[in-house]
Design a protein around this ligand. Structure first.
Ligand code: B12
Length: 272
């Protein structure tokens, strides 16, 4: 994680260096000291301060986030449709720095834009190519956002993924991001993951939370195997299942069925 000097953060926010140092010394911004006694501020702490106070960013390039300057009022869909990675990154970063939570962004604009992309192929032959490229642009933009989260401090871990035969990348990636933003370390096994691989990851990481993201229909035999595995998890592990096709997995009441990233965030905060 990048460390900023008070002068750099002051320049980024368009305030004087002495004001910035006063905020650090007054405890409004957490800082560490170098061996030589100089103050250094983690980028994630600068992001927390900006989100909490609504401080405008005068010079985003000083924070290595120049794409914020390009964030337009256009809908996120336009950036995804046009394959504009920098625009999509700037769009999401500026909303996040403006105070939106990761789960709000995922359940709101990102979901809305991806659903709209899914309608394009009905009207346009290029729709399928645009849908694939839009998914990749969306992943790149979300990944950059995840890079500026603080490192989790709780020591708690979550493990999850998407069942074998299910190609959908974004929902499990989003689940990992939401969980990481709640302070847990999230290990995402991604799409097309067999139950044995999920079980091996649980064995190694001993997670407090397990998520399963189901977007494609699961054949009945595989669905039963997944349900059996979820029910075999220790009672101390919170198991969460979600996604468009999650109803195809016949789970009992010990597994939490959720419909949104907002509900997942609530479950993650419960264990962190
Ligand atoms: C991108 C995409 C693809 C890509 C995926 C690329 C990739 N590697 O990820 C590819 C090309 C693989 C694909 C393939 C197909 N697709 Co497709 N696809 C989409 C599209 C446009 C976006 C999917 C997405 O990422 N959405 C973003 C996510 C985040 O939104 P979401 O799933 O609604 O998730 C939200 C909630 O459900 C919840 N949630 C979801 N998962 C989880 C998990 C947990 C743990 C929690 C807590 C919450 C949660 O939170 C999310 C945010 O709010 C959708 C459109 C749509 N409506 O979603 C079509 C869509 C899903 N696809 C569709 C179709 C028809 C297909 C194909 C059959 C096309 C074909 N003829 O080949 C195949 C089937 C593949 C399969 N094996 O099932 C249809 C499905 C229609 C239906 N009735 O089921 C859709 C709806 C498009 C449409 N309008 O017709 N697709």
């Amino acid at each position: 994680m990048r460390l900023l000097s008070p002068r750099e953060l002051a320049q980024a926010l368009g305030v004087s260096e002495s004001s910035l140092k006063r905020w650090v010394d007054g405890g409004r911004i957490a800082a560490m000291r170098t061996d030589g006694g100089h103050r250094r501020i983690a980028l994630s702490e600068a992001v927390r301060f900006i989100r909490d106070t609504g401080a405008p960013i005068a010079h985003p390039e000083v924070l290595d986030l120049p794409e914020i300057a390009r964030a337009s009022g256009d809908r996120l869909l336009h950036h995804l449709r046009d394959g504009d990675v920098v625009g999509a990154r700037g769009w999401l970063l500026s909303r996040y720095l403006g105070g939106s939570s990761v789960e709000e962004l995922c359940d709101g604009p990102v979901r809305e834009a991806m659903h709209a992309l899914g309608e394009l192929w009905r009207h346009d032959e290029a729709g399928i190519f645009i849908e694939h490229r839009g998914t990749d642009v969306c992943l790149q933009a979300l990944a950059q956002l995840r890079n500026i989260f603080p490192e989790p401090t709780s020591g708690r871990v979550a493990v999850g993924g998407t069942p074998e035969g299910d190609p959908y990348l974004l929902p499990s990636f989003m689940a990992a991001m939401v969980i990481a933003s709640c302070g847990l370390r999230a290990v995402n096994l991604g799409p097309d993951t067999p139950v044995v691989a999920l079980a091996a990851a649980v064995q190694e990481h001993q997670p407090q939370l397990v998520w399963l993201s189901v977007s494609a229909p699961v054949p009945p035999a595989r669905a039963r195997a997944i349900a059996d595995w979820l029910h075999s998890l220790p009672a101390t592990t919170t198991a969460v299942i979600g996604g468009r096709q999650s109803d195809s997995i016949p789970v009992g009441p010990t597994v939490l069925r959720v419909a949104s990233m907002t509900e997942l965030a609530a479950a993650a905060r419960g264990v962190s």
